[in-house]
Write a protein that binds this ligand. Structure first.
Ligand code: NAP
Length: 414
């Protein structure tokens, strides 16, 4: 494919897929989108840290060849006002792995969120958010070190499908009439109406990805989070389909809580992932009281949205929470916060959310030494009290540094 503005570095090779697995050369071309607002500041800092960590880990044998891709305001400047150029989508599909900064969603004018468009166009059906504590990071928890979970949130359906009918419209009245007269249900006059589709296809592919991740990464359990006691045929069905995937496709590697007690006296057999389920509201409570009981969480869209941000707050907030949106192979890693426009170009904010999303990306391509080095350096840097403003205001005696200063401190401690 020939591109108008995208250029792939000639010195690099593309990541490919063979036998359903990623094949990563030592000189992969990875895509990056710097994003809007604080995006350029954090991207500049993170790129320096990633490159330095790769160099440190492999002494020049491996190197990322970055290809800049464009979305948002920078794209609009280059592609005659187009915030979402088709060739960026094509390039991400071709490169398979990319990372992006935050993007502004212009308010009004029927403009669809660029992030939502990206997820839909590339069918990035799993939003993956690891939540892990680093020593020294300010936290409201008594034992934040017990928090170590990875959330797999379904990204394509649930009440986020946009099937909604506004109160007072002809469409709303038509649906209300059908529901009352043909389905025999009742609700208050002029209620706004929304549909919550939960399918076996979308539920199963999400839970499949969560279980596969747990197996590949030596995790102990996958918890299916749901509100199936109330919404039996949507949330309850998600739970049932989740157990079905475990039983039908991973029977050798998984065990349910019932089996654990009936056959193993509550002692988890080596090499098996425990599949359990918990009601959503109890999960929020337990994640504060006994977070050590959770490992991988598989959720539907809305529950996962709430849970991801609530858990991120337990270990330092949005400034450091990483994330990714994934299809079967194509994966777009991203900072989980927004563009924080009031801090744009001030070289002030915390680059860690994007930087740790990069660590997830290096784990994804199998370069685990890189993320291990960055994690270690981050812990040392924070322990030395060197932090950006967001942490400094919660820590006594900290030395506040800029975005680029924080990157310098991390690189010095690699
Ligand atoms: P936001 O940009 O995440 O900022 C909210 C607040 O979070 C900031 O004012 C700041 O808090 C803190 N914060 C965010 N990033 C930080 C960082 N790197 N380091 C330290 N603190 C950080 O949320 P918003 O103001 O609601 O949204 C602004 C724009 O971003 C909107 O256009 C929205 O649509 C977009 N957005 C994009 C994405 C995405 O691209 N994935 C996600 C969310 C929102 P203090 O003010 O307390 O310092």
């Amino acid at each position: 494919m020939s591109y108008r503005h995208v250029k792939f570095p000639e010195s690099g090779q593309k990541v490919s897929i063979s036998n359903n697995k990623l094949v990563v050369p030592d000189n992969p071309i990875l895509g990056f989108v710097e994003g809007d607002g604080i995006g350029p500041d954090i991207t500049r800092a993170a790129l320096r840290v990633w490159d330095a960590a790769v160099e440190k880990a492999y002494g020049g044998k491996r190197k990322v060849h970055w290809a800049e891709l464009y979305l948002g305001e920078k794209a609009a400047g280059i592609y005659d006002g187009d915030y979402f150029p088709a060739e960026t989508l094509e390039a991400i599909k071709e490169l398979i792995v990319a990372i992006k900064g935050p993007l502004t969603t212009p308010v009004g004018g029927g403009f669809r969120s660029l992030n939502v468009s990206l997820r839909q166009e590339l069918d990035l059906y799993a939003c993956v958010r690891p939540v892990q504590y680093f020593d020294g990071v300010p936290s409201p928890m008594k034992r934040p070190q017990d928090v170590d979970v990875v959330i797999f949130r379904e990204n394509t359906e649930d009440v986020y499908s946009g099937i909604e009918y506004q109160s007072g419209t002809p469409e709303n009245r038509k649906l209300a009439k059908f529901l009352r007269e043909e389905m025999g249900v009742n609700f208050f006059e002029d209620a706004g109406l929304g549909i919550k589709p939960i399918s076996p296809f979308a539920s199963k592919r999400l839970v499949r990805k969560a279980i596969q991740y747990a197996i590949d990464n030596g995790r102990e359990s996958v918890t299916l989070v749901h509100k199936g006691n109330i919404m039996k045929f949507t949330e309850g069905a998600f739970r049932n389909w989740g157990y079905e995937v475990a039983r039908d496709e991973f029977s050798e590697r998984t065990i349910t809580e019932d089996e654990l007690w009936e056959k193993h006296d509550g002692v988890q057999p080596e090499g098996k992932v425990l599949i359990k389920d918990r009601i959503a509201d109890i999960t929020f409570q337990l994640m504060q009281l006994r977070p050590a009981e959770f490992d991988v969480l598989a959720t539907m869209n809305l529950n996962g949205d709430y849970l991801s941000d609530a858990l991120a707050a337990e270990v330092g907030g949005m400034g450091i929470a990483p994330g990714a949106n994934m299809a079967d192979h194509v994966a777009v890693f991203e900072a989980t916060h927004g563009t924080a426009p009031k801090y744009a170009n001030l070289d002030k904010v915390n680059p860690s959310s994007l930087m740790f999303s990069g660590c997830m990306m290096f784990d994804y391509i199998g370069w685990r030494e890189v993320s291990a080095l960055i994690n270690e350096s981050f812990t040392k840097t924070v322990a030395a009290g060197i932090v950006t403003y967001d942490f400094a205001r919660q820590m006594e005696g900290a030395t506040e540094v800029s975005t680029s200063g924080f990157a310098d401190a991390l690189i010095a401690r690699l």
